[in-house]
Design a protein. Sequence first.
Length: 123
Amino acid sequence: MRKFCAKTALARVVYEATGAYHSGLERALGAHLPLVKVNPLQARRFAQAQGVRAKTDAVDAKMLAEMGNVFALEPDEPADKIQHDLKELRSFRAGLLSTNGIKATGFQPVRFSVMYYNLPSHF
C-alpha cells in the first residue's frame, strides 16, 4: 500500500476507526501518509444522506473519499510509538479492571511482557 500511495499525490487517506484493526494501519502508515480517522457511524450516516444504501467495500471506499472531499477533512497528526504503546496499555488495564476481566481485552495480540505475565492469573 505504501508503494502504491507513494506513486500518487494524496491529500488524505480517510479510514474508519474499527477497533483493533485501525491501530495497525496508524502504526504502519501514519508517518508516511496523511491519515484521517472517521467515526464509522458518521461515515455510514454520510452515505445514507447521499442516498447510498448498499454496504460493500467498494461503496464504502467511494463514500469515505467523498466524505473527505466534501468536509475537507484535515489529516491527523501522526502518533509516535510511545503514544500507541500507552494507548494499548491503557486499554489492556481497562479490560483487566472491568467486571468481565480478561474477556474485555478481546484476546488481542500481546506486545508487552508485563501484559503477558498478567494474563495467566486471570483465566
